[in-house]
Design a protein around this ligand. Structure first.
Ligand SMILES: [Fe+2]
Length: 383
């Protein structure tokens, strides 16, 4: 597929994700981490306008000079921006304005992509596609949060296909030998800068579960009083549980003594076979501790990843999000993409049911703060 087709495909998928939304759904920001859908669709457009069209398309006229302030996410190099908590307080630009902005940029990009871009621009375009795919997943998780925290529990899309129950539960653990393993991306295909440099890591003998922890297994933790026993929790996790009165994963509701789970179809009886999802690192750690086991490190995960199936939920690891040896930030604004977030976050590996098709790989490093659980996050045990 050529670059123009790749561009079209990724842009269409974003709009298709938004197609079940009502105008009002596009606007709200119920918590700081959940951006309004209209902000996402403007921001990914701004990314192509700012990093491709303005510097590389001779004679390009920007759509609206004020949009840099509204749709810049965190790029200090590119100037001031609306503070993150205020994204949901902006009634303008309207949803219709932002779709016009998308159409304007798409038209310019179609013209721009008529010519064969330089290697430098090609790299930026591929980063732009991957960036938009990351926001497609954020759109799906943010839409779920917006609708799932509405007292009417509206469905997102009746046609949405739920993930399959965890298939072929394999007994036992996968045994891994001690030794030196190569970690990090290799080859010419795209990767984010945080997957480099490939380097060697020594691992002691370890074992990984071939399966993710299921809702049924997690219920045992709840029913045994796991949320009320400080012994399983980090001090910060125990504070988080008590301050926020956490009793179950996000989206679980105990109604008339039965667990219901908010899904893209609305509230549904909890499916016991599915992997537990929407839990924080604190909860993943506490569950593993209650079982007398632990979470894998990101290196253990990567070294064993060809031996199990993954991709239903992001998997919390015990690894802090740190630069690999030889990690280098790109010059300019693009250097702000990953490196500046390498503090106070844990790495998640794998992918989730809402990750864009073809977006993830074995060396992919996702990262979130320990208390967050609006992403599709689950548990794989290690020992
Ligand atoms: Fe972004």
């Amino acid at each position: 597929m050529d670059l123009a087709d790749c561009y079209k495909k990724v842009r269409q998928r974003t709009e298709q994700i938004c197609s079940p939304l009502q105008t009002e759904d596009y606007v709200v920001q119920p918590v700081v981490d959940v951006s309004p859908p209209k902000w996402h669709i403007g921001h990914v457009t701004w990314f192509f306008e700012t990093f491709v069209l303005k510097p590389y398309f001779m004679g390009y006229q920007e759509f609206n000079a004020n949009y840099n302030y509204v749709f810049n996410s965190y790029y200090e190099t590119v100037g001031n921006r609306v503070i993150r908590t205020d994204r949901g307080n902006l009634s303008r630009p309207t949803v219709a304005d932002i779709y016009q902005y998308r159409a304007y940029v798409d038209e310019a990009m179609a013209k721009f992509l008529h010519q064969e871009p330089s290697a430098e621009v090609k790299e930026l375009l591929i980063l732009g596609f991957n960036h938009e795919e990351q926001h497609q997943e954020l759109l799906l998780t943010d839409i779920k949060y917006i609708l799932g925290h509405n007292p009417l529990f509206p469905a997102y899309d009746a046609a949405y296909v739920s993930p399959k129950a965890e298939e072929a539960i394999s007994p036992g653990f996968i045994k891994m030998d001690e030794g030196v393993y190569e970690i990090g991306h290799t080859g010419d295909s795209f990767c984010f800068d945080n997957e480099l440099n490939r380097h060697k890591v020594y691992l002691n003998t370890y074992e990984l579960s071939p399966n993710l922890v299921t809702n049924a297994q997690y219920l045992e933790f709840i029913n045994s009083g796991g949320y009320h026993d400080f012994r399983h929790w980090h001090a910060e996790g125990w504070d988080w549980v008590n301050i926020n009165k956490v009793e179950a994963p996000l989206y679980w509701h105990s109604i008339d003594g039965e667990w219901q789970n908010y899904t893209y179809h609305g509230l549904q009886p909890l499916s016991l076979k599915e992997p537990v999802c929407h839990i924080s690192y604190f909860e993943a750690y506490a569950y593993a501790s209650w079982k007398g086991l632990r979470l894998p490190t990101e290196f253990e995960w990567e070294a064993a990843a060809t031996k199990f199936s993954w991709g239903k939920s992001w998997e919390w690891t015990e690894s802090s999000y740190l630069p690999y040896p030889g990690f280098a930030k790109a010059p300019g604004a693009i250097g702000e993409y990953n490196g500046k977030f390498m503090v106070n976050q844990k790495v998640l590996r794998g992918a989730s049911e809402v990750t864009s098709p073809g977006h993830s790989r074995i060396t992919y490093r996702n990262f979130f703060q320990t208390h967050l659980r609006w992403q599709f996050t689950g548990i794989r045990l290690a020992r």
